[in-house]
Write a protein that binds this ligand. Structure first.
Ligand code: HEM
Length: 463
């Protein structure tokens, strides 16, 4: 029995049902799932959207298939204003995506990731030195520092470029970061605006354009410097080396413009999400001392210290830390929704027919907080990710990195970086926070702890 009407709130002319899910779209969607079930139809300013928090439907949406794909629209089209033809903001059937995906995958092979370890460790050590400048009683917004650290990491490892963000506690943020932050926040704002507003000569629109230009100019300069350097033809130097020198079997290579957008994309995608993850894990440890204790014990057993780059073998032995990271990414997925597109009529679990041309939305946050999938979803519990527990769930029930060909190319990079940093940080410092529960800032496109300040004390209880 096929159902053509998918449950959802009432729709009004022009705005559709957008009011039902604003101002905080995450909470709004969660309410929709509670009211209407696991598949909900919303009209978003004239566009029909089908959202789900059910792993069985997510599995269909997430896999690239004859029915579903990633096609830029609804929010991602605003990010495309600066992500351009970079990997993140191109359609799966776009020749530029296919070529770049094929050429850049080797830069994320296990061997390549292993080679990045040395730099990751050194950058963590530099950050530790700078954090030592704080007095134990001073409140520190730790997200600021995880952001600096991850940005330096992708800047140096990806592009051989030092942004100088870790020199001292008073070093100002780089203009690129400020421009990027504005673009990301404003892009989200634009998704809620009618088309004509985006074209008016308003200061917000001008600042958006200025910020995009600033990012492009900085990146063009980085590329120019590399092209003029003796290392210009070294494919294996870093990601930029790959981008400039990789050729496919038909001798095709990335265009200059495409490389610019790839660099912008990697600078953004390569740091913000990992920075959030580190800050959330620190937060969860301040609230779960017994979990912190187990983590410290593991770091001690493996023999990682804050003043030496850990070995690849040591990092791979951090099994408990791996589970804690997975649980952090479950509870606080940096990307709360993934946009997909239905390219052929399809019957989904529940018997609903989705029409060709519909926008589909994987509500990662909603699924990760769905009590039918994760009982007591607000509880931080790394034991959800033991091999036995994972067996009991659909493998599509955990999607912080998405899945399939359009999944995160940097997943192994991010996980290795997070482990190195956490192990070294925890060996050196105890992060203290005893304030109220922290929520994410709904105005930010990625999931960031809102006003999370810690005290950074020297660690004296290392086992
Ligand atoms: C794509 C999450 C770290 C580079 C994605 C996607 C997700 C994601 C969910 C798919 C987006 C979509 O379907 O629209 C994360 C999370 C990270 C992380 C949670 C950290 C915890 C990184 C890092 C890099 C990176 C470290 C680079 C070094 C990319 C790129 C894409 C992507 C280039 C687009 C891939 C493609 O479609 O070909 N990421 N990411 N990410 N990520 Fe990540």
């Amino acid at each position: 029995h096929i159902k053509d009407i998918i449950p959802g709130p009432r729709k009004y002319p022009f705005v559709g049902s957008v009011r039902e899910i604003l101002p905080d779209m995450t909470k709004g969607w969660m309410k929709m799932f509670r009211l209407y079930g696991p598949l909900v139809n919303i009209n978003f300013l004239g566009t029909e959207v089908y959202g789900t928090n059910d792993p069985a439907i997510v599995e269909l949406f997430a896999k690239e298939s004859e029915y579903f794909t990633k096609k830029i629209g609804l929010g991602l089209d605003e990010i495309k204003a600066f992500g351009g033809s970079g990997l993140f903001t191109t359609d799966s059937d776009d020749a530029e995506w296919k070529l770049a995906h094929k050429l850049l995958m080797p830069a994320f092979s296990p061997r390549a990731i292993k080679a990045y370890l040395e730099d990751m460790g050194h950058i963590a050590m530099e950050t530790i030195k700078t954090l030592e400048e704080y007095k134990p009683e001073e409140p520190v917004e730790i997200l600021d520092w995880t952001t600096r650290l991850t940005f330096e990491t992708i800047g140096r490892i990806g592009f051989g470029y030092n942004f100088g963000l870790l020199e001292s506690r008073d070093t100002p943020l780089h203009p690129f970061i400020e421009a990027m932050a504005y673009c990301l926040v404003h892009a989200i704002e634009r998704t809620k605006q009618m088309q004509f507003i985006k074209k008016l000569p308003l200061e917000q629109n001008k600042k958006f354009d200025r910020s995009i230009k600033l990012m492009n100019d900085i990146v063009d300069q980085v590329i120019k410097e590399r092209k003029e350097s003796p290392e210009a033809t070294d494919k294996n130097k870093d990601l930029l080396g790959f981008m400039l020198n990789a050729r496919d079997e038909h001798n095709l290579s990335l265009t200059d413009e495409n490389i610019r957008y790839q660099v912008v994309t990697f600078l953004i995608a390569g740091h913000d999400t990992t920075a959030n993850t580190l800050a959330w894990l620190i937060y969860e440890l301040t609230r779960n001392p017994e979990i912190e204790q187990q983590m410290l014990q593991e770091i001690a057993n493996v023999g990682i210290t804050h003043d030496k780059v850990p070995t690849y073998e040591q990092v791979s032995e951090l099994k408990y830390m791996h589970r804690c990271l997975k649980e952090t990414l479950r509870k606080h997925p940096p990307l709360r929704v993934l946009g997909k597109y239905c390219k052929k009529d399809c019957i989904v679990p529940g018997g609903y027919r989705l029409k060709e041309g519909s926008r589909c939305s994987i509500n990662v946050y909603g699924m990760h907080h769905n009590p039918e999938v994760y009982p007591e979803p607000e509880k931080f519990d790394p034991e959800r990710f033991t091999p036995e527990e994972e067996q009991k769930r659909s493998r599509f029930a955990w999607l912080p990195f998405s899945t399939g060909p359009r999944s995160c190319i940097g997943m192994a990079f991010a996980l290795q970086e997070a482990k190195v940093v956490m192990a070294m940080f925890l060996h050196r410092f105890k992060f203290v926070y005893d304030g109220p529960e922290i929520e994410f800032d709904p105005n930010m496109p990625t999931t960031k702890p809102d006003h999370f300040y810690v005290n950074i004390q020297p660690r004296t209880d290392f086992p």
